[in-house]
Design a binder for this molecule. Structure first.
Ligand code: C2E
Ligand code: MG
Ligand code: MG
Ligand code: MG
Length: 272
């Protein structure tokens, strides 16, 4: 490819290349620069106990510093380009560092959940990296939660199950994220070794607004019968919260309680 070999060729190339592809290449460059140049940060969104509104844990969500690019945009590309493996390692380290820092200040910490992509979990050394990082920062494994989605089970099922089992043996908590968006959710629940499910925002949007609570309440009952805890994501209103309380949901997360917060603000919430 001769895209930079001359001005005319470059212009020609640019006019022929689809805008989408060009955007992708630009975004990939931005990601690579962010990886080399400390360009990411984490925001922490509180997850609260339905019963008393107390913070039980946080979800760490990756943000780009000084750039308004949503994870919905850069995470899929990071997955496609395998950059998610490096970014994911940075997330694990950052979370361990944060927990260690809070502990060193005498703050009563809560577990932090991180999102793990299929590529990342399959990366050789993933489990060792987690173990080493927890050791290095002196973090109890119960303080780290892993969020996976069903898409993790598409390939190499047996291998993935072994990795998940190992993570549980180490003492991590595993949550099935975006529950309700896939096809075979109920089937997976019977054999993936998860501790909780996170109901996708789209479920709450559909089934809490209509006052048709039987769908949500059935899922919660089913989860409880399998000894799983349930978190509802994307809760934005008091009315949604009250309904979830009435049907026995365990935890809630959403703008109604708090946006994802920079670490200083998350710390203030912990001290409240
Ligand atoms: P997710 O894991 O399902 O995270 C929840 C998303 O919902 C977050 O979006 C959060 O900001 C948003 N959210 C929370 N409460 C509300 C609400 O009340 N209303 C609305 N409209 N949205 C709410 P975010 O941070 O943009 O992340 C999007 C997705 O990107 C995440 O979905 C996750 O799948 C992925 N992601 C984010 N950070 C990472 C990461 O470090 N690694 C990986 N592999 N994926 C990540
Ligand atoms: Mg998540
Ligand atoms: Mg989700
Ligand atoms: Mg998601």
């Amino acid at each position: 490819r001769a895209k930079y070999s001359g001005k005319n060729k470059y212009v020609l190339f640019e006019s022929q290349m689809s805008i989408k592809l060009k955007e992708k290449i630009e975004l990939e460059n931005i990601l690579r620069k962010a990886i080399d140049g400390d360009g990411f940060m984490l925001h922490y969104q509180p997850i609260v106990d339905v019963k008393d509104g107390r913070i039980v844990s946080f979800e760490a969500l990756t943000r780009m510093k000084n750039k308004n690019i949503s994870p919905a945009k850069f995470i899929p590309l990071a997955e496609e380009t395998n950059l998610i493996v490096v970014i994911g390692k940075w997330v694990i380290k950052k979370v361990a560092e944060q927990l260690n820092y809070w502990k060193s200040k005498g703050i009563e910490v809560r577990p932090i959940a991180i999102n793990i992509s299929p590529k990342q979990i399959k990366d050789e050394g993933f489990i060792y990296y987690i173990q080493d990082t927890l050791d290095e920062y002196n973090i109890e494994p119960r303080l780290l939660e892993i969020e996976i989605t069903e898409s993790i089970m598409v390939e190499n099922k047996e291998e993935i199950l072994k990795i998940l089992q190992k993570l549980k043996e180490i003492g991590l908590t595993i949550a099935l994220d975006d529950f309700g968006t896939g096809y075979s959710s109920l089937n997976y629940l019977t054999y993936i070794p998860v501790d909780k499910i996170k109901l996708d925002k789209s479920l709450s949007d559909k089934f809490l607004e209509l006052d048709n609570l039987s769908v949500m309440s059935s899922i919660i009952m089913l989860a409880h019968s399998l000894n799983l805890k349930v978190t509802a994501e994307g809760i934005e209103t008091e009315s949604q919260y009250q309904k979830l309380k009435n049907i026995g949901c365990d935890f809630v997360q959403g703008y109604f309680f708090s946006m994802p917060l920079p670490h200083e603000e998350a710390e203030r919430k912990l001290l409240d």
